[in-house]
Design a protein around this ligand. Structure first.
Ligand SMILES: *[C@@H]1O[C@H](CO)[C@@H](O)[C@H](O)[C@H]1NC(C)=O
Ligand SMILES: *[C@@H]1O[C@H](CO)[C@@H](O)[C@H](O)[C@H]1NC(C)=O
Ligand SMILES: *[C@@H]1O[C@H](CO)[C@@H](O)[C@H](O)[C@H]1NC(C)=O
Ligand SMILES: *[C@@H]1O[C@H](CO)[C@@H](O)[C@H](O)[C@H]1NC(C)=O
Ligand SMILES: *[C@@H]1O[C@H](CO)[C@@H](O)[C@H](O)[C@H]1NC(C)=O
Length: 442
């Protein structure tokens, strides 16, 4: 069956890639990846050179086809900074690319695949990470599932971390895992514009065509992350204890332990707390990873012994840096419903209308296979089980199988989700709201 499909969709390739068609090649690699990161990087230190992705998805020289220009060109003109003209609207800017890091734990293979399909677009790049609570067999199984999906193979944009990182949510090993993922993504692709960190508890509320369409009108240096410098009693209870995260130095699973003493809050920089999930610009991720300025490194080392540090790292660096403090928008475009202790409620069908009206791009947290996910698939994403979300790159005609025939990945077909997202963004970007909430020091 699979050979049959490949035969139809992929022209014979003359490249010398060793395609891992047998499980044993996969099992022996420490970093399993569709792109064979390991195979390539052991011989050279430059990013892997790959056979080109499928030509119908990424035509090299065909002029852009703007199939749905008339329906979409009016939706976002307000968010651009361009001058109003009475002439024809200019052609839409070419879509950006998003690098997604998707994380899960043991037994999350099904959820991570579902999340992947719900946010899949050939322009994007994906890195899937099952943390160390999952067995190696689960990671290998996930890599095989990705490998046997003709679409992922053709677009060459889904990767699996083969050697797991340890992640303790209370400790700083979760930052370490996120930065590891971000640095792999920087390395394997020069082309992405934003980084988004999601977990299997999250789900999209708009299609990727909606999101890429709206983002294509925004400056590429914007960062979307909740942040506040207000440290009340709940926050200081989280920030003052000194903890030791065993994930950073012990192989075996162990308890995070707390020192009996507490410490003062820092005054060398200002702490900002926020969301652990964020939409971050490539420039900012490079700033954090390359560490040419010492701020990201200092904050990282300070946070090594701070609980809940994953909700502090990115906001603190953004707001303490002169280079980035004016690029920060105080919302991560994710819907959450928090209780009085600032813990997220589980979202179920009762939240459906709230979710859709929020204009957010993602929502969190959902139980595995909650019926509301099925409703989002049907009514918002128009996605069949086991299928990607149809977008402008899908040229097949039969409803649920539209994405069996591939077209140009630069062609977007934004729908009502783009309107909702645009409305939400216009509120966030309106002059008053933007500046009055940007890195405010309380
Ligand atoms: C994973 O699933 C198996 C069987 O469904 C169950 O026994 C096990 O407890 C689950 N593990 C976790 C961490 O949920
Ligand atoms: C982020 O900020 C928005 C706007 O203030 C709020 O509605 C949302 O609940 C916040 N999200 C988190 C995770 O705190
Ligand atoms: C990345 O996202 C995951 C899942 O939402 C979260 O657990 C983790 O703390 C995040 N890491 C950072 C550094 O924000
Ligand atoms: C950004 O940093 C500069 C220099 O430290 C400061 O003057 C400015 O007020 C900051 N802006 C915001 C929005 O915090
Ligand atoms: C959804 O969860 C809330 C509690 O968070 C509960 O009151 C409500 O009955 C649930 N709705 C459904 C449809 O399960």
């Amino acid at each position: 069956m699979q050979n049959h499909l490949n035969h139809h969709q992929q022209p014979p390739s003359t490249s010398s890639t060793t395609r891992p068609s047998t499980p044993c090649i996969l099992l022996s690699a420490t970093l399993i990846s569709l792109l064979l990161i390991l195979t390539y990087t052991t011989t050279s230190s430059s990013p892997p050179s790959l056979p080109p992705p499928h030509p119908s998805l990424f035509p090299l020289d065909s002029p852009h086809r703007h199939l749905f220009r008339s329906s979409s060109s009016t939706t976002t003109t307000k968010t651009t900074t361009s001058l109003k003209t009475d002439q024809d609207p200019p052609p839409p800017p070419s879509p950006p690319s998003i690098a997604y890091l998707l994380s899960g734990s043991s037994n999350d293979t099904g959820r991570i695949l579902r999340l992947l399909l719900s946010i899949y677009h050939p322009k994007n790049i994906y890195l899937l990470h099952l943390d160390s609570t999952a067995s190696q067999a689960e990671r290998d199984d996930l890599a095989l599932k990705i490998q046997s999906f003709p679409l992922f193979k053709a677009a060459q944009n889904v990767n699996v971390v083969g050697k797991a990182d340890v992640v303790y949510q209370q400790g700083s090993s979760s930052i370490s895992a996120t930065l590891h993922g971000a640095s792999i993504l920087l390395r394997i692709s020069k082309n992405w514009d934003w980084f988004i960190n999601l977990s299997v508890d999250d789900y999209p509320l708009v299609t990727q065509d909606d999101l890429l369409h709206i983002l294509s009108y925004l400056p590429k240096d914007l960062n979307f992350v909740n942040h506040t410098s207000y440290i009340g009693w709940i926050e200081s209870r989280k920030l003052k204890p000194i903890i030791v995260d065993p994930g950073l130095y012990l192989l075996e699973e162990n308890e995070v332990f707390y020192a009996t003493q507490k410490r003062l809050l820092p005054d060398a920089f200002r702490l900002f707390m926020g969301s652990s999930s964020a939409i971050l610009s490539r420039k900012f991720i490079e700033f954090c990873i390359l560490g040419i300025d010492n701020l990201p490194r200092t904050v990282l080392m300070y946070l090594a012994n701070t609980p809940s540090s994953h909700s502090v790292y990115f906001p603190t660096i953004l707001c303490n840096s002169r280079k980035f403090n004016r690029t920060t928008i105080n919302h991560n475009l994710q819907y959450v419903s928090l209780n009085s202790r600032k813990e997220p409620y589980l979202l179920n069908s009762s939240y459906y209308n709230d979710l859709v009206q929020s204009g957010a791009a993602f929502a969190s947290r959902f139980l595995p296979d909650d019926p509301i996910l099925h409703r989002l698939d049907q009514e918002i994403l128009h996605r069949g089980p086991g299928k990607p979300v149809p977008g402008g790159w899908c040229l097949g005609d039969s409803g649920l199988d539209a994405c069996k025939v591939w077209g140009d990945a630069d062609v977007l077909r934004p729908g009502p989700g783009a309107k909702r997202l645009e409305k939400h963004l216009l509120e966030l970007l309106s002059e008053g709201a933007l500046r009055s909430q940007q890195c405010v020091v309380d």
